[in-house]
Design a protein around this ligand. Structure first.
Ligand code: FMN
Length: 454
């Protein structure tokens, strides 16, 4: 039985009763994305009847927090420690001689848009985009594989171009080196992966300098199984759905975008590297993986940031949990619960949280009796535990996220921390939340009102 990549994920989703199947014809231009967006990208859907193609599309795979935990076999309580442990203790992966990914190898007449149902998502998008593609390159100095999700604009024929963020200096440095030598950079784009592979990819190589394949193996508790590519010196998951092999063309940039992205805006257009696809490997009856561009699809990125904020704050005060919210694009907003022991813990936690990364913009520190995943509970803390003249920390004119429009417009970002913790000492009784003895937590409402809808 397969345990890795997309088909294993789909079996698991089926087991959990979480896989929707759409057999009605959908147009990959706009219509498919509109169906995914209807459920806020929280419901995995297999589209079996994609107009103009004989290939199904699987969308909204990794946008739901609880489902993500279920797919990874972690709990809300243990996940931060499991992720930190995997980063601290990477494990060996395994290179196997063959795998289903090699069932079909195409080296001629490659036309990406003709071969794959690549969706177009928004009105002003420059065209169709591969949005879930995992770009693999090998670090020329260390020999380690470097993987990260990058979007690719389909330009026609076998040419696609990648968006490489300014915050990926490791890849950018490698591209610069190749440009200086006028040498192509071998690369591969993987589609049809699982939640573990995606999570491992979201670890920043600037921060850790790790081989993400080894982090993946630690996260999944078994070696990630890889095969050698057909035409380039790279390894890719043996059970993936498809792999586009080729190279980044040296000294050739093309304007990528516009593209309706993460925060719902079109973002800046800029020249970006161009990839020539020379070989396509795919499984029999391949399934095309699509990540509709929206905030939920960045959940994996937020899950890693939660571990980073947690370790930064935990270093200073007794941090309990972190929610990097979907509303803040899984990167701009953090809600952190702490077990406050001393006056000053709240402000100290703000320092730790804002120092954890360049993207984070607004953080709220709350006590453990606040549910950081419930906006209404957090609002209660803001409404009843904050005095603006005392509890706000602002840092004007810092650097922020290139995915945040007000930062891009201004070039700088103000950071804000709100200490929404209650005071310690004699006044603390004013903040005790009233409870119903024996009935806190989940009430089995069906016992009282059989069949009632929640
Ligand atoms: C759905 C999704 C789409 C993404 N798209 C891009 C992208 O187009 N370009 C990019 O540079 N990063 C993108 N990212 C973020 C990178 O994958 C992520 O920051 C990664 O950790 C970068 O790795 P690095 O620090 O090793 O370069 C995306 C992440 C997700 C989850």
């Amino acid at each position: 039985m397969e345990t890795q990549m997309l088909r294993a994920t789909m079996s698991k989703l089926q087991e959990l009763g979480q896989l929707e199947v759409c057999n009605v014809e959908v147009d990959p231009k706009y219509e498919l994305g509109a169906v995914l967006r209807y459920f806020n990208n929280q419901k995995p859907i297999l589209f079996n009847n994609v107009k103009g193609y004989n290939m199904p599309v699987m969308g909204a795979l990794y946008g739901n927090r609880q489902l993500y935990y279920d797919l990874m076999g972690v709990t809300p309580e243990n996940r931060l420690y499991k992720f930190m442990d995997a980063i601290a203790n990477p494990q060996p992966y395994k290179i196997v001689s063959n795998g289903p990914i090699k069932e079909n190898i195409v080296t001629r007449n490659i036309d990406i848009q003709r071969m794959f149902p690549v969706p177009t998502s928004h009105e002003k998008d420059a065209g169709s985009f591969i949005t879930a593609g995992m770009l693999i390159v090998k670090d020329s100095e260390t020999g380690e594989s470097h993987m990260a999700v990058r979007r690719f604009q389909v330009r026609g024929g076998n040419i696609i171009n990648a968006l490489v963020s300014g915050h990926s200096p490791r890849l950018r440095k490698q591209l610069e080196k190749c440009n200086a030598m006028n040498k192509p950079l071998e690369c591969a784009v993987v589609l049809g992966y699982d939640a573990t592979y995606l999570l491992a990819s979201q670890i920043s190589s600037t921060r850790y300098g790790l081989d993400k394949y080894a982090v993946d193996s630690a996260l999944r508790g078994e070696p990630l199984e890889l095969v050698k590519c057909y035409s380039v010196d790279l390894e890719v998951p043996a059970y993936a759905e498809m792999v586009l092999e080729g190279h980044i063309i040296p000294n050739r940039l093309e304007v990528e975008g516009p593209f309706g992205e993460l925060m719902g805006y079109y973002g800046d257009v800029a020249p970006n590297p161009v990839m020539e696809v020379t070989t396509v490997m795919h499984r029999n009856n391949p399934i095309f993986q699509h990540a509709f561009p929206c905030r939920e699809e960045h959940l994996a990125n937020g899950l890693i940031r939660e571990a980073e904020v947690f370790s930064s704050v935990k270093n200073l005060v007794d941090a309990k949990d972190v929610n990097i919210t979907i509303g803040g694009g899984c990167r701009l907003h953090g809600i952190i619960s702490i077990d406050k022991k001393k006056d000053g813990d709240g402000k100290t936690a703000i320092i730790g949280a804002l120092a954890s990364g360049y993207d984070i913009k607004h953080v709220v520190i709350v006590d453990t009796d606040i549910d950081i995943y419930d906006p209404s509970s957090v609002e209660l803390a803001l409404a009843s535990r904050v005095q603006a003249s005392e509890d706000l920390v602002t840092i004007p004119g810092a650097l922020g996220s290139g995915l945040e429009a007000s930062h891009v417009a201004r070039g700088l970002t103000d950071k804000l921390g709100i200490d929404a913790t209650k005071p310690l000492g004699e006044k603390s009784h004013l903040f005790e939340l009233a409870e119903i003895p024996g009935f806190e937590g989940e009430l089995d409402i069906e016992k009282y009102l059989p069949g009632v809808k929640k």
